[in-house]
Ligand binder design. Structure first.
Ligand SMILES: [Zn+2]
Length: 146
């Protein structure tokens, strides 16, 4: 929850100020009344300006809050792009000979069993090569005698 603008405090302050201005000090001299009236009108104008500013600022803050909320929900709802990329082994393979460059419909392999065996041994070779590559990486230098 973001900290709310101190709207109540501002309104209270404005109300208090207005209250004070509605009951101005009664000047004993009648000539001062017009001056007081002018000062009061100027204060009222200032207060209305302040009210307008406060309203505008709070509206902007509400807009920003809504914007942030909508962005947060949008980012949460965004799909993960990693799931769209299929792994290499998942691509279409021929169901007869297991070769990956064609489908069974277009299979022209004369000996599918031999082809399957060949592909299987190739995959095993690749796998073991990958395994040795990953296990060969953490090689430590021989311990030096102190
Ligand atoms: Zn095939």
């Amino acid at each position: 929850m973001p900290p709310k603008i101190a709207e109540v405090d501002v309104n209270d302050a404005q109300r208090a100020l207005k209250e004070a201005l509605r009951n101005p000090i009664q000047m004993p001299a009648p000539a001062g009344n017009q001056v007081v009236a002018w000062v009061v009108s100027v204060f009222y104008l200032l207060i209305s300006l302040m009210e307008g500013l406060v309203r505008e600022i709070s509206a902007r803050i509400t807009d920003l809050e809504n914007d942030i909320k909508s962005r947060e929900t949008a980012s949460v709802a965004a799909p993960t792009p990693a799931s769209t990329t299929a792994p290499r082994d998942r691509k279409t393979r021929c169901t007869k000979c297991h070769a990956s460059n064609h489908i069974a419909e277009y299979c022209r392999t004369t000996n599918p069993a031999a082809m399957r065996k060949r592909i299987a041994t190739n995959q095993k070779k690749k796998k073991s090569a990958r395994a040795t590559a990953t296990t060969a990486i953490p090689t430590f230098p021989p311990m030096l005698p102190l």
